[in-house]
Design a protein around this ligand. Structure first.
Ligand SMILES: Cc1ncc(COP(=O)(O)O)c(C=O)c1O
Length: 376
C-alpha cells in the first residue's frame, strides 16, 4: 500500500503545532454534553458492561442509524471499528485484481490508494476548476467508464474542495453508474453540512441498491474521538462479505461506543446546527483574510462541508506548508497528497479556535512574505 500521506503529515504535527487550521472534523463536545444532548443518562452509561459488543453493531444502535435514511433497515447497517475501516473493508471485499475503478479526484488518500492496491487499475476522474469554483465533468466520466468498471467512488460534500453537486447532477451521476452497470461507493462522511436545506442531497443508498454508503460521526457531528462509523449495504451477499472481512480487522466496535453512538445519532440535528454556525462564522473570517492576501493566494470557498482549498499563486504548496508549520506552528494541508497538483492547501472551518489560528497565520505570512500594508 502507498503511504497514507495526509495522515502521516498530521501525525508529524499532531499535538505539537498549536494551530490546526486545516482539519476537516468539526468542533467536538465532551461525553457529559453528548449524553445530555442525546437525552441519555450518565448513570446508565457508567453501568455499561465491558463485554464484546455485537459484531454487526448492537441492534439498537443499527436501528437508530437506519432512521437517518429513507427505506433502510437495521439489517442493512454495519457498524465499523472506525469510519476509515469502511473504505478498507469495502474495497477489499468488493474488488479483485484488474477490476476497473473510477475515483472522483482529488480524493481522500484511502479512497484512491486502497482501490489501486487491490485492483492496480484505477482512473482518476478530476473535478473541473474554473473561475473560482469546481464542477463535475460528465464528458470525462463517460470517457472513463468501461465495460469492466466495477466501482465509481465519490464523496459529497467533498473533501478537500468543499464541492457539492446539485440534486440533478447527483441523480445524473447515479443514472450514469446504472447505465454502465457500475456500483457506487458514496462516502457521505460530511453529509448534513450543506449550507441550505434545499441543497441537501439524498443518500446514494436511497437512489440505488447498487450503492455502498460510508458515514460516521467524525465530521458533521464533530465526534471524531468516538470513532463511530457505519456502512449501508442493501445487497445481503455483499453485506455478508464485508462483515466476514471485518473479523480480520476490528471484529467489532466498543461497548462505550454503542451507548454514545446512540446519543450521537439522536443528537444529530443539534450537533449539525451548531457546527454549521461555526462554519458560517469562520467563512466570514476567511473571506476577509484572503482579501488582504489576494496577491499571493486564491481562496476557493466551499459550497458545502467543513473544508475547501486555497491556491498559491507563485510557489509550490507542500514545501510552503511544512515551512509554515515548522517555523510558525500553523498547520495547512497540502493537496498533492490527494492526487492533485502541488499548488493548493486545505483549510478547515469547523473548529471554534479557527480565528486565533488565522491570526497566527496572518503573522506567519507577514514574516514569510513581508508585510502587506493594505487590504487590496
Ligand atoms: C472523505 C473521508 N472519508 C473517510 C474519512 C475517515 O474518517 P475517520 O478519520 O473518522 O475514520 C475521512 C477522514 O478524514 C474523510 O475525509
Amino acid at each position: 500500500l502507498k503511504n497514507f500521506e495526509t495522515e502521516e503529515y498530521f501525525a508529524k504535527y499532531d499535538y505539537k503545532a498549536p494551530h490546526f487550521v486545516c482539519v476537516s472534523d468539526c468542533e467536538s463536545v465532551n461525553i457529559a454534553e453528548l449524553i445530555s444532548l442525546g437525552g441519555g443518562s450518565i448513570e446508565d452509561f457508567l453501568k455499561t458492561q465491558l463485554v464484546y459488543p455485537a459484531m454487526l453493531g448492537g441492534e439498537d444502535l443499527r436501528k437508530e442509524i437506519s432512521t437517518l435514511y429513507k427505506n433502510v433497515n437495521e439489517k442493512q447497517v454495519l457498524v465499523l471499528g472506525a469510519p476509515i475501516e469502511g473504505i478498507f473493508l469495502t474495497l477489499n471485499a468488493f474488488l479483485r485484481q484488474g477490476d476497473h475503478v473510477v475515483v472522483l479526484s482529488p480524493a481522500y488518500d484511502a479512497l484512491f490508494n486502497v482501490a489501486e492496491q487491490v485492483t492496480g487499475n484505477v482512473s482518476r476522474w478530476y473535478l473541473k476548476q474554473n473561475n473560482g469554483s469546481w464542477s463535475l465533468d460528465f464528458d470525462q466520466l463517460e470517457d472513463l467508464l468501461k465495460k469492466n468498471t466495477k466501482l465509481l467512488v465519490f464523496n459529497f460534500p467533498h473533501n478537500p474542495t468543499g464541492f457539492l453537486p446539485t440534486q440533478s447532477e447527483f441523480l445524473k451521476l447515479i443514472e450514469l453508474a446504472k447505465k454502465y452497470g457500475t456500483w457506487v461507493l458514496s462516502d457521505e462522511m460530511y453529509r448534513g453540512l450543506e449550507y441550505a436545506s434545499d441543497e441537501k442531497l439524498p443518500s446514494a443508498c436511497e437512489l440505488t441498491d447498487n450503492a455502498i454508503v460510508l458515514s460516521g460521526a467524525s465530521k458533521s457531528l464533530g465526534l471524531a474521538g468516538l470513532r463511530l462509523g457505519w456502512l449501508i449495504v442493501k445487497n445481503p451477499e455483499l453485506y455478508q462479505k464485508i462483515f466476514q472481512f471485518k473479523n480480520y480487522t476490528s471484529m467489532c466496535a466498543t461497548q462505550a461506543g454503542e451507548y454514545l453512538g446512540k446519543m450521537a445519532v439522536r443528537a444529530t440535528p443539534k450537533l449539525v446546527e451548531r457546527n454549521l454556525k461555526i462554519i458560517e462564522s469562520n467563512l466570514k473570517i476567511t473571506e476577509q483574510f484572503f482579501k488582504k492576501w489576494s496577491q499571493r493566494f486564491e481562496w476557493i470557498p466551499p459550497k458545502a462541508g467543513s473544508v475547501s482549498v486555497v491556491k498559491l499563486k507563485d510557489i509550490p504548496a507542500e514545501k510552503f506548508c511544512h515551512e509554515i508549520a515548522e517555523k510558525y506552528g500553523v498547520v495547512l494541508l497540502p493537496i498533492r497528497f490527494m492526487g492533485y497538483e502541488d499548488a493548493y492547501f486545505r483549510l478547515g472551518y469547523g473548529r471554534s479556535d479557527f480565528s486565533p489560528g488565522m491570526k497566527a497565520l496572518d503573522l506567519a505570512l507577514e514574516n514569510y512574505f513581508g508585510k502587506v500594508s493594505s487590504i487590496n
